[in-house]
Design a protein around this ligand. Structure first.
Ligand code: AP5
Ligand code: MG
Length: 191
């Protein structure tokens, strides 16, 4: 079993690369952002709550997000393991994930971080915003708010995995195919 946290700022390519890694390693992709967007589309109570944060570029509260992620893991039959995309985003979430997985006799094997500079992130998200319909891609202001939240609240999660010797950085610039190859090389060389 292989459990990977695919990390990086908004627009780094986590979703794009998760789709490639799922094919290569046979993992299950769990994106908290995708689950929130599904609930927003279905207009569930969770969706309504999430929307009030996501549309402003803020994080959904930890308790709600942790419960949702745990439910998603419990509902998935994934013998090969998971790619966690967009989770954990705070140290509280990272600690909760470790505790939750330990109870299931599972663990995170590595955090792999896609590194992309700020202007490229803004360009990618503005471009996607022309057609995505995502409230958080709608304008440069909310995109910059997301990047600020990442730097202030999420970037620190790297240290949590560094302390466990599980942090790996990968250059997230270039073609999708080149980046996939870098990720596969990185993940294949884990112990
Ligand atoms: P989430 O859905 O996780 O969004 P995000 O982290 O802001 O990142 P994106 O999905 O926008 O980018 P990505 O890294 O997946 O890149 P992608 O492959 O799409 O979260 C959304 C919101 O939900 C959060 O802001 C928060 O409010 C809430 N939330 C989610 N998880 C939470 C949590 N754990 N706790 C609390 N709140 C949470 O690529 C981006 C674009 O670039 C695409 O158009 C793509 O086609 C393009 N692209 C990809 N790769 C390349 C490349 N190599 N070259 C050029 N373009 C590329
Ligand atoms: Mg994504």
């Amino acid at each position: 079993m292989l459990n990977i946290v695919l990390f990086g700022p908004p627009g780094a390519g986590k979703g794009t690369q998760s789709a490639q890694l799922v094919k290569h390693f046979g993992l299950t992709h769990l994106s908290t952002g995708d689950i929130f967007r599904f609930n927003m589309k279905e207009d569930t109570a969770l969706g309504k709550l999430a929307k009030s944060y996501i549309s402003k570029g803020q994080l959904v509260p930890d308790e709600v997000t942790i419960d949702m992620l745990q439910d998603a893991v419990n509902q998935s039959k994934s013998p090969n393991g998971f790619i966690f995309d967009g989770f954990p985003r705070t140290t509280v979430q990272a600690e909760a994930l470790d505790r939750f997985l330990a109870k299931k006799d599972m663990k995170i094997d590595a955090m792999v971080a896609l590194e992309v500079e700020k202007q490229e992130l803004i360009d990618r998200l503005l471009e996607r915003g022309k057609s995505s319909g995502r409230a958080d891609d709608a304008n440069q202001e909310v995109i910059e708010d997301r990047l600020d939240v990442y730097n202030q609240e999420t970037a620190v999660v790297k240290e949590f995995y560094e302390k466990q010797d599980k942090f790996h950085a990968v250059d997230g610039l270039g073609t999708v195919e080149d980046i996939t190859e870098r990720l596969i090389n990185c993940i294949s060389s884990l112990n």
